[in-house]
Structures are given as C-alpha cells and as structure tokens.
Design a protein around this ligand. Structure first.
Ligand code: SF4
Ligand code: SF3
Length: 526
C-alpha cells in the first residue's frame, strides 16, 4: 500500500472504496490520517501490554483508551497537535504496563489495511464499532457513569484487531460482541442522561431565531449544553441547538432554561452553507464538524474531543466566556428570523424517548389492536451529503396513513418538519432522540414484542436505516446481536464490508440495501 493515506471508515469515502490521496472527502488531511493511524496503533499496543496485568488498569487508562478511539471518529478531530499529545500519553501509559513495549514489535496498522479482504472487513467492523461505542462511553463518563464490562471490552476488541492468526471463526463472535457491549454502553448513557437531566417529554421546537445575541450548540454532549445554559442565564443571550443536540429540548433539566429557544439549521452536511452568514458563534461538542470555511471560522468553537487547527478550544474547565463575548459582539439578528426545515415546516417535535412512548403504552396497544396502527417504521440513522438520501424523505412521505414513523439521529432532518398528522392522538412521526437513543427504540420494540407475545422480527415493524459514521456501525452491530432481521441499509453499503461478509449478513440477517421507496414499501408491507 503506497498511498499517502488510507481511510474507508465512513459512508462518503472516495469512490465508495477508500480515501487515499492528500486528503479525505471529509477534509481530513493525509498527515492527520497518518497520525490517527498511529494513535490507533498506540491504543492497540497499550491494550496488548495490559494483558495479564488487567488489575493495574486505572480509570485514567480507560479514559485514555476511550478518548483516543473517539478522537479518530469521522468529523471529530482534525488537529495534529492534540492527536500527537494523545499518542504520547498512550505510549507513556503503555510503558507503565510494559517497560520494554517500545523495543518489541509494534502493531502496524498497514497489516490490517492490506490483510485478506474478509479479515480486513471483520477487523474493520470491530475497530469502527468500538470507535462509535467509545463516543457513547465518553459522554456517559462525563456524567460520572462508567461500566467496567464496557471498559474492559475495549482492550479485548483492540487486541483482536492485532490477532495474527484469527480467521472468520474467531473474529465473527467479537464483531457481534461489539454489538452486545454497545447495547450495555447505550443503556449506560441512557441512564446517565435520564438520571441527570430527567426523562424526555414530547416538546415542540421552533426553527425561528429570535432577535438579539444567540449561540448555536451542536453535537451530542448534553453536559456541555447544560454548562452553556447555566453560564448564559440572565445575560440576554439565547441558545439554539443544532444537529444532534435537538433532542436536548425535551429533557426537563435543560428545557427549564427559558433562554433555550429553538433549533437552528438542519443536519451536519449543510453547516458550511448554514453557518456562512449567521451573526452568532457555534460550539461543536462532538461530531460532525466540517472544516470551517473562512467566512465563519472566527465564529466556531470546539470542546471535548473535537478540535481543529486555529479554532478556539474550550477546555475541561468549561469556561464559555470567549463564546459568550463573541455572541455579544455579533449581536444576532435585528429582528426575529424565520427558518424552515427542508420540507418547509416551521417547527419540529422531539422527546418521544422510551419513557414517553411507554407511558402512552395503552394508547399504542389499543391503536394496534383496533387496526388504527397497522405498521411501525424505524427510519433512523445518520444524514449525509449524497443526493440518494432524498430516498428517506420520499419513503416517509409515502408511508401509509395507518403507520407510525419512529426516528432518531440526524437523518431525521430529511423529514422531521413534515406534518403527517396523528393516529389516536399520537403523532405519525415520533423523534426518539439522538443516535444513542437507539436504546429507546430497542426498549419500545421489546415492549411491543412482549405485549403481542411474539419476537421483534414478527412485529409489524421495519428497520429502514441510514448510515454515515462509526456510531451507526456499533448500533447496526447491536441490532444484529439482538437478532433483528430484514434491515434495509443505505444510502450505500459500507466499503469495508467484503462480499463474503455481506453474503454472511444477507444469509443470516437478511440485511439488504435500500432500493426505491415504492419498491421497499411494497416489500415491507407485504
Ligand atoms: Fe474518507 Fe470518511 Fe475517512 Fe474522511 S473519515 S478520510 S471521508 S473515509
Ligand atoms: Fe449524525 Fe454526524 Fe451520525 Fe449521532 S451528527 S448521527 S452523522
């Protein structure tokens, strides 16, 4: 492999095969990609060095592994300086377990990229899956929720990537175990979020921005939003969510802040256009950060694992003063400014997480029994730039009037501003939250299966998923671990799935690519 870089971990990878030139489609430059590879190698070496010395692993070691993995997720960190620091810290930790580690043969990630395609495929599923899971573990840890099972598994999975003589038989169980442990990790984050901020309640969120200074906050980290809300209270600054932060409006401990006003913009891939001329700063707490254009780079701030060269980073002390000052300087719009979603809607609903839906369980069950609800669709996952993604808008528009669309993650911006009406008081589109709230969807599916005494696969419930980055990979593995069949996946299949692995998934789980909304709906409603 003589490429300047090699990365194929996300859906927009060049030519649907791999980013290999001077920069990836996401804007990650070759030198940054090489440093991320080096960080991954260092994490694998650390995991191997802990073997037999697990009792010496500390909270600091766990945190480093989690942060290191999260840092290499798509659209998180473009900063060579912070990645280099993480490599150094990881190497120093490795020395604590194995002083001679530097003398021994290091794992070389190129052996992974150039391995037999099925081995490369399975090991990539493990690596990308744990990168996604690490993001969830990171958010939970910020709220002081950790799980030893989850943390231990990172070392096992990292070591599996380096296992030299492992074939399909050894690697496949680890792939499914990523899904199993990710379910525990999403449960942990669900507990962290709901015990800290309360159970989400259905909430209408306006897309209009009121006049005056405001701050836009993006990403998945609710703790960051809470700090920002507390620090801006009474300062005449309004707060608007963006992207995956939208479901924050539904949490009682966040919605109680009157200056948490609404949601700005749509999904991540539109940020370079949507942020170009806003008179306000934007804070990125996680993915998806795109390289900021010069037109708005001086208004962007990062925090936690997110970083970009020359962009101001808010450190662990969470002092948002520079953001607040920028908001006051910029001053916001002179009068209220109306925005709409991609279908022209002026507001969106969120907050239909497990607790909200299950507390209306009687309504749901009665509507199913009476035939008022004949089908559920989970149309969920990431958004992205490919034009084929309009499939998801068309699909939702064409779902029959006696069906419910459950959704989560940023792919919902394709249709969450549509008004599809209600069934027996329940809105036909219900936003369950962020990607990690796939946990809520799993709980609701399990409840329905128990109520109707059948398996989830026998419910009138179809999974129509969209993927972009590695969180979607770990969630998909969780669904496979749960034995969920007949998932439709788009807009295209991952480049790292080899034909044999795809064949295995198709035979055992009947997973298939999306086709057209008309075809797929016909098939799913049969
Ligand atoms: Fe390419 Fe995606 Fe990797 Fe970026 S993260 S370099 S777009 S495969
Ligand atoms: Fe979106 Fe980046 Fe995946 Fe959490 S914000 S779902 S793409």
């Amino acid at each position: 492999m003589n490429h300047q870089m090699f990365c194929f971990q996300c859906e927009q990878t060049a030519g649907c095969t791999g980013c290999t030139g001077v920069a990836g489609v996401c804007g990650k430059k070759a030198d940054t990609a090489l440093l991320q590879d080096k960080l991954t190698e260092a994490l694998i070496n650390l995991a191997r060095a802990t073997k037999g010395k697990e009792d010496r692993i500390t909270a600091e070691t766990d945190q480093l592994v989690i942060e290191g993995l999260f840092t290499t997720l798509t659209n998180v960190n473009f900063n060579n300086e912070t990645i280099t620091q993480l490599i150094q810290q990881t190497e120093a930790q490795t020395q604590l377990f194995d002083a001679e580690a530097s003398l021994k043969k290091h794992f070389d990630i190129n052996t992974l990229w150039s391995a037999d395609e099925d081995i490369r495929s399975l090991k990539s599923l493990i690596l990308f899956g744990i990168r996604g899971m690490a993001a969830y573990a990171y958010h939970a840890a910020i709220l002081h929720y950790t799980d030893t099972h989850v943390n231990k598994f990172f070392y096992k999975a990292l070591s599996a990537i380096a296992a030299e003589d492992w074939g399909m038989n050894e690697l496949l169980p680890v792939v499914l175990e990523v899904g199993e442990i990710n379910l525990q990790c999403m449960a942990l984050l669900d507990r962290a979020n709901t015990e800290t901020f309360g159970n989400p309640v259905p909430t209408e969120v306006t897309l209009t921005v009121e006049k005056g200074p405001f701050i836009v906050i993006s990403g998945h980290d609710l703790y960051d939003l809470k700090q920002l809300l507390a620090q801006t209270e009474g300062k005449g600054i309004h707060i608007y969510t963006h992207g995956e932060m939208l479901p924050a409006h539904a949490y009682p401990e966040l919605k109680k802040y009157k200056h948490l006003k609404g949601n700005f913009g749509t999904a991540w891939q539109n940020q370079q256009k949507e942020f170009a001329d806003i008179p306000a700063p934007v804070v990125f707490t996680t993915n998806c950060l795109m390289p900021p254009k010069a037109s708005y780079a001086d208004r962007v701030f990062t925090t936690e694992a997110v970083s970009y060269p020359e962009i101001i980073h808010i450190g662990a002390e969470k002092d948002f003063t520079p953001v607040i000052q920028r908001a006051l300087e910029l001053g916001g719009y002179p009068c209220d400014k109306k925005f709409t979603g991609i279908n022209g809607g002026e507001s969106v609903m969120t907050g239909f997480a497990r607790n909200a839906i299950l507390s209306s369980a009687d309504l749901v069950v009665d509507a199913v029994k009476s035939g008022a609800i004949k089908h559920f669709f989970l149309v969920a996952g990431c958004d992205g730039a490919k034009p084929q993604r309009s499939y998801y808008t068309q699909f939702v528009k064409q779902t029959p009037a006696d069906s419910i669309v459950l959704t989560l993650a940023c792919g919902k911006y394709r249709f969450n501003d549509l008004d599809l009406g209600t069934i027996g008081g329940l809105p036909r589109i219900m936003d369950m939250g962020q990607c990690n709230d796939a946990y809520s969807a799993i709980q609701v599916a399990a409840f329905l299966a128990e109520t109707f005494q059948c398996s989830v696969n026998d419910l009138p419930l179809s999974f129509v998923l969209s993927w972009y980055e590695q969180k979607a990979v770990c969630i998909l593995l969780t669904l496979l671990h749960l034995g969920i069949k007949n998932i439709l996946l788009g807009p295209s299949l991952p480049a790292f799935i080899s034909p044999n692995v795809l064949d295995f998934l198709a035979k055992n789980y009947h997973i298939a690519p999306i086709t057209t909304p008309e075809n797929d709906l016909r098939k799913l409603l049969q």
